[in-house]
Design a protein around this ligand. Structure first.
Ligand code: 13P
Length: 251
């Protein structure tokens, strides 16, 4: 059975005092939840403080993006080596906000994914369709292309050391969650697409759903066969809500 995984994506939120309080409460409210993996992906400037607070606890941490380059004249960028300096386990790559607002395409995302793995980080690869694409009935095509861009560059075997997050763009920050069946259908499609390359990896890979996951809808989403947990935005900023979502992920 795949271990459930709940990751918070704080996006561009927080400050030192708030983060510390939030994590204190999350640590306290999740101490007994050892059957699932829990992580928070935080803004770069807080990695040092988060490392100090979370090391030797049951909660892991990571970043929300990373440079595809090792080092050099890339003003404003952060490298995988820098993330390793701060003990990151995970890094989100290809979040729809990075694709839509910062122009990251599937090729760049694949390079970031490869850079992360090369440094021993686990990429959380985000894929998902827009509302227009869903209404145009091309969800599988879009998600399939986003996944294949990574498989073509990194090889299907690389998926063994990655996490996939299916995040329909229309469900992110909108309060409109995909129904458990809608999410399950796409997860099943993704798992089958991976199985076409490697059935072992398909059965083992952790696949998260993201998009308006809340304390009151997490259980039914996580109960679906191919959904192994969630990538949580807004609700990860409220300790009780995030802890309740982690609780819903106990196998
Ligand atoms: P919300 O949970 O706020 O919809 O955000 C989802 C998300 O984008 C996580 O990466």
């Amino acid at each position: 059975m795949r271990k459930k995984f709940v990751a918070g994506n704080w996006k561009m939120h927080g400050n030192l005092a708030h983060n510390q309080k939030l994590l204190e409460a999350v640590l306290k409210n999740t101490t007994n939840l050892r059957q699932s993996e829990i992580a928070v992906c935080v803004p770069f400037p807080y990695l040092s403080a988060i490392q100090a607070q979370l090391k030797n606890t049951h909660i892991k941490w990571g970043a929300q993006t990373v440079s595809e380059y090792d080092k050099g004249a890339y003003t404003g960028e952060v490298s995988t080596e820098m993330l390793n300096d701060f003990g990151c386990k995970y890094v989100i790559v290809g979040h729809s906000e990075r694709r839509a607002i910062y122009g990251e395409n599937s090729q760049t995302v694949a390079l970031k994914y490869i850079a992360a793995q090369k440094a021993g980080l686990i990429p959380i690869l985000c894929i998902g369709e827009t509302l227009e694409q869903r209404e145009g009935r091309i969800t599988e095509q879009v998600v399939g292309e986003q996944l294949n861009a990574v498989i073509e560059k990194a090889g299907a075997g690389s998926l063994m050391k990655s996490v996939i997050a299916y995040e329909p763009v229309w469900a992110i920050g909108t309060g409109k969650t995909a129904t458990p069946q809608q999410a399950q259908d796409v997860h099943e499609f993704i798992r089958k697409s991976i199985a076409a390359h490697n059935t072992t990896i398909a059965s083992k890979i952790t696949m998260l759903y993201g998009g308006s996951v809340k304390a009151d809808n997490a259980s039914e989403l996580f109960a679906m066969q191919d959904i192994d947990g969630g990538l949580i935005g807004g609700a990860s900023l409220v300790a009780e809500d995030f802890a309740a979502i982690c609780e819903a992920a106990q196998n």
